[in-house]
Design a binder for this molecule. Structure first.
Ligand SMILES: [Zn+2]
Ligand SMILES: [Zn+2]
Length: 486
């Protein structure tokens, strides 16, 4: 009798469990209800958001521990085509600290395909890494798109948990995309979305968007404010002053030539120019390097952009002097476009030389997991070796003298910037201080003062950006723009 009762109780509990919505599912149902109801969420076709806010410039802060430079964003228009899984964002951006720096952006995501549209209206396909980031940035990190996707028959919801007053579940969409949804445990309104993506510098990286200022929009409740951070960096704070639901929106599909194009992957083109005996300028694209020969080894200045470029530059350096080991790479500053090759350099056994304020960041970058995409260092793990320069350091042997010094910039670009001077060749190697293709005379004057303080007798600039330029030309550009200062 006792056994039968226990059996019946278990059976009753099982039956009750079967008829109840699983608790993870209930989170989605409650969230849909809080947004206005499952039916209008499911049948929503399009959302148009207009507004503005700020954008942080990831990887371009003054120092590794400084806040990101901010752009003020205006004319923001974000269109989401829910029915066809497409989104596009356009905006004007002006740098908050330097209004002369501005741009317009127009970029989209169409069901797995990312593209950018330039000022002339020409669309270009972007790589798969960008597409994965955009899937969150433009589409799934909006609560309407995310809850709608979670209601889909093919979606799964798992890993129910609580963190303070937030209830979290992991959603795998019918397309296999994984996003964590957080809802307020009281109101059931979505408060955050989280997903992982691959960033070439940061590796496996968390993107989190938070939702607030919910407002009534044509029968639904939708957030008027969305803030995003990537890893620990706040990259967007956007407010929508107008939200339009289910209105006709323009065609935001990827143009057919974009859709049919291969997703691009980075390519490296390394040109070689011997600028002095045993000194080579390795150019060919936007970011150059310089190879310097010593009696029994070689040193490289800059491993920029990405591992494709860095590995090609390193291979070229070894090809030029196969009998001497390439031992070190000077990294001018931590900005992500200039430090994009440091993990590849570590994987190749090079010691990094950089300003002391960059050490902690470089150590962190060397250790971060790269599992979503396995880069050179993930495939060939090595301990990072980092040497730092605080102010001014000269390395010298029978063949060469090389001075590596801190540039006290004073223009806000970078506080942990190094430049390199070869006194016998009278060559200066620098990144982002002077670019012949877009000189910044204010910065040139400030930096020239530093050159004078250090007693440099520069004859030629052999730069990381732009063309090789005589110093006389540098002074001419600097003075023509600042007649009163000269
Ligand atoms: Zn820079
Ligand atoms: Zn640069």
């Amino acid at each position: 009798m006792k056994t039968i009762t226990a059996f019946m109780l278990i059976a009753a509990a099982t039956l009750a469990g079967c008829s109840r919505t699983p608790p993870e599912r209930q989170v989605i149902d409650d969230a849909a209800e809080a947004l206005g109801g499952a039916a209008p969420v499911r049948s929503a076709t399009a959302l148009l958001l207009d507004g503005g806010g700020t954008n942080g410039d990831l990887g371009q802060n003054r120092a590794p521990d400084a806040d990101l430079p901010l752009f003020n964003v205006s004319e923001l228009r974000h269109a989401i085509d829910l029915a066809n899984r497409r989104a596009r964002r356009s905006m004007n951006r002006v740098e908050a600290d330097d209004p002369t720096e501005s741009d317009s952006q127009n970029f989209g995501w169409d069901n797995g395909v990312a593209y950018n549209i330039d000022a002339k209206g020409m669309a270009r396909r972007q790589g798969d890494i960008v597409a994965r980031e955009r899937q969150a940035e433009l589409f799934l990190h909006h609560p309407l798109a995310l809850v709608r996707a979670a209601l889909d028959d093919g979606a799964t919801v798992s890993n129910l948990r609580r963190d303070g007053d937030t209830t979290l579940v992991d959603i795998t969409t019918s397309q296999g995309e994984m996003v964590t949804l957080g809802v307020n445990s009281e109101t059931h309104l979505p408060v955050l979305a989280r997903s992982m993506f691959y960033h070439p510098n940061l590796g496996d990286t968390l993107r989190e968007t938070t939702f607030s200022d919910y407002q009534a929009v044509s029968g639904l409740r939708l957030p008027a404010r969305m803030m995003t951070r990537v890893d620990r960096y706040p990259v967007a704070d956007l407010t929508f002053t107008r939200q339009a639901l289910n209105e006709a929106i323009e065609d935001i599909s990827a143009p057919s030539d974009v859709r049919s194009a291969e997703a691009p992957t980075p390519v490296a083109n390394v040109t070689v120019q011997e600028v002095a005996p045993g000194v080579w300028w390795l150019a060919g694209q936007s970011h150059h390097s310089v190879l310097v020969e010593f009696s029994d080894h070689l040193k490289l200045i800059e491993v920029p952009q990405n591992e494709t470029r860095a590995l090609a530059v390193i291979a070229k350096a070894r090809e030029l002097r196969p009998d001497k080991p390439l031992t070190k790479a000077v990294v001018t500053h931590h900005h992500f476009d200039h430090s994009g090759g440091i993990r590849a350099a570590i994987a190749e056994g090079l010691t990094l030389v950089t300003h002391e304020r960059n050490r902690a960041l470089f150590e962190e970058l060397a250790k971060r997991p790269h599992t979503i995409v396995q880069d050179a260092l993930a495939r060939n793990p090595r301990e990072a070796r980092i040497e730092t320069v605080a102010d001014d350091m000269t390395v010298k042997d029978a063949m060469r003298s090389m001075r590596v010094f801190h540039v006290i910039d004073g223009t806000g670009h970078s506080d942990s910037m190094l430049a390199v001077y070869l006194p016998n060749e009278r060559i200066l190697v620098q990144g982002d201080l002077f670019n012949s293709q877009g000189p910044n005379p204010k910065r040139m004057a400030i930096i020239n003062k530093r050159f004078e303080e250090l007693g440099l007798r520069i004859q030629r600039h052999v730069p990381i950006h732009g063309a090789i330029t005589p110093h006389t030309e540098y002074l001419k550009i600097m003075r023509s723009a600042q007649p009163t200062a000269s």
